[in-house]
Unconditional design. Structure first.
Length: 186
């Protein structure tokens, strides 16, 4: 029911790709993006993995060499996020309460640097938390497909059912963008 009262425009991402590696980061760098605010669960790693694989470490190091600052922003708890952030040598914020704006705003001020919201790009796998929250905060957002849906917790499954309803609503209200973004491929 809740999807009926939410503005569908706030659930449309700037880009939609299969995995984070598919994002055209050079394009976003040229657009002036300097800060990547990354979701962890099912964006960077599946829920059942506790430490980042080497390929992920290398990938994120590559992005930093390109000139991006990275901050991790998760709704999950400290026990989950802190070891991952430490292994990646990145600042991490847990209990972010996405889609509330507060976590995203905190992420902009990371490491004493103050990024403008237009310099940031959010990457996440959920419409209801990552995309909605980023759009509410006026930060561009790329949606990725969840790495492994099977191990999702009950509250994420609940989000997914609302997400599906919202996708139907976007398809109906803005079919051009829906198909241009390949949102039918979710
Ligand atoms: Mg996630």
């Amino acid at each position: 029911m809740i999807h009926m009262f939410l503005p569908y425009k706030k659930f449309i991402p700037k880009c939609n790709v299969r995995r984070i590696e598919d994002i055209d980061f050079d394009f976003f760098y040229k657009e002036g993006k300097r800060l990547l605010i990354l979701d962890i669960d099912n964006t960077l790693m599946p829920y059942d993995q506790t430490l980042p694989p080497k390929a992920l470490v290398a990938f994120l190091e590559g992005l930093q060499r390109t000139g991006f600052e990275i901050v991790l922003l998760s709704n999950n708890n400290k026990d989950r996020i802190e070891p991952i952030a430490r292994a990646l040598k990145l600042p991490g914020l847990w209990h972010a309460k996405k889609p509330l704006k507060s976590g995203f705003k905190k992420a902009l001020k990371i490491k004493n640097s103050r990024f403008d919201k237009h310099q940031a790009l959010v990457v996440g796998d959920q419409l209801m938390t990552d995309v909605f929250g980023a759009n509410r905060t006026d930060i561009d957002v790329c949606l990725v497909k969840p790495i492994k849906k099977k191990t999702e917790k009950w509250y994420t499954r609940l989000n997914r059912s609302v997400e599906n309803k919202m996708l139907e609503k976007i398809a109906k209200k803005d079919p051009d963008r829906f198909f241009k973004l390949d949102l039918d491929e979710r």
